[in-house]
Write a protein that binds this ligand. Structure first.
Ligand code: NAD
Length: 291
């Protein structure tokens, strides 16, 4: 039976440690770190995510600079907000909450964020650094996955890692991070022929697709480490709604060596890595080392 990788516990522990760092840095520099989350419109899921991030900031002592704009906001208005945040010395991290309404160009907006304040690690400058294997701001969910593997003492070097999903947000950056950690990385995606045969190679299997329980026990090698990034809301026959991952947790748990649950696995780590990135930018500004 697999060991459950508890992301909730690790995220909490990280936040306790970050609160200590913030406290001591603030005494030295005279201001707390600041994170600006830019939200457009009233998508309830986005509003809940933003609230969650703001509460986590509060716990750690990071000041929130929430910017909530109406769904009708123009590209130009948003660019001006980003420029003002880029210039604000109290703001260390800027995040655009996705998805944005259809009339807005998310990529163009992310490109406007000053790379040293790019808390989500999605700016081409930071993605380029990741590609080159250089230290920089890294995308929060994949960085959280790497922390989970590290904390669970999973050996990565020399192992075969299969990443299913090739998004800019998760699949591609996690593949680069695993490669940097000396895994042999295979990427699978929607056009992969025979996903099962590919997945069965994995010593470390990372699934970021968005299809409930796509990965079943027959697709997983015995003793593999399984990281489930997917978050899917499903409704059962009695109309009860719940969250499930991309992995069939019950059956895969029986053969994997380690597995992340959904919820309580990768999800909580994403928020902690966002706070981590904000503190990293803040410390960089004052020449203090922070890993
Ligand atoms: P995305 O839609 O941008 O990308 C999905 C990827 O899955 C694509 O690259 C596609 O090629 C691949 N894919 C689609 N169908 C496939 C199939 N049948 N077989 C193999 N590959 C297939 O999604 P995303 O933003 O990368 O998110 C993926 C999942 O992770 C979603 O469920 C999302 O909610 C979740 N997510 C979770 C967190 C977190 O904090 N835990 C963060 C981001 C995303």
């Amino acid at each position: 039976m697999a060991e459950i990788i508890d992301g909730k516990a690790l995220a909490k522990q990280m936040q306790t440690e970050m609160a200590e760092t913030v406290k001591s840095m603030q005494t030295q520099v005279g201001r707390p770190p600041g994170l600006a989350v830019l939200m457009v419109g009233d998508n309830p899921a986005s509003a809940a995510y933003v609230r969650n991030k703001e509460l986590a900031c509060e716990r750690v002592g990071i000041r929130s600079f929430g910017k909530h704009l109406p769904a009708t906001a123009s590209q130009n208005e948003l660019e001006q907000v980003i420029q003002a945040l880029n210039a604000d010395p109290n703001v260390d991290g800027i995040l655009v909450q996705l998805p944005l309404p259809d009339h807005l160009d998310a990529i163009a907006l992310i490109n406007q964020i000053a790379p040293h304040k790019d808390a989500d690690g999605l700016h081409p400058y930071n993605m380029g650094k990741l590609m080159r294997g250089e230290k920089g701001l890294q995308s929060c969910t994949p960085a959280g996955v790497m922390q989970l593997l590290k904390n669970a003492n999973v050996t990565i070097a020399g192992k075969t890692a299969v990443v299913i999903g090739r998004s800019i947000l998760v699949g591609k950056p996690i593949a680069m991070m695993l490669l940097e950690a000396n895994a042999t990385v295979i990427m699978a995606h929607s056009r992969t022929v025979d996903l099962k045969a590919i997945a069965l190679n994995a010593d470390i299997l990372v699934v970021a697709v968005g299809i409930p329980q796509l990965i079943t026990a027959d697709m997983v090698k015995s003793g593999a480490v399984v990281i489930d990034v997917g978050i899917n809301r499903v409704t059962d026959d009695e109309g009860k709604s719940s969250l499930v991952g991309d992995v069939d947790f019950i059956s895969v748990k029986a053969i994997a060596s380690h597995i992340t649950p959904v919820p309580g696995g990768v999800g909580p780590m994403t928020v902690s890595m966002l706070l981590h990135n904000t503190i990293w930018s803040y410390c960089q500004q004052y020449g203090t080392k922070y890993n």
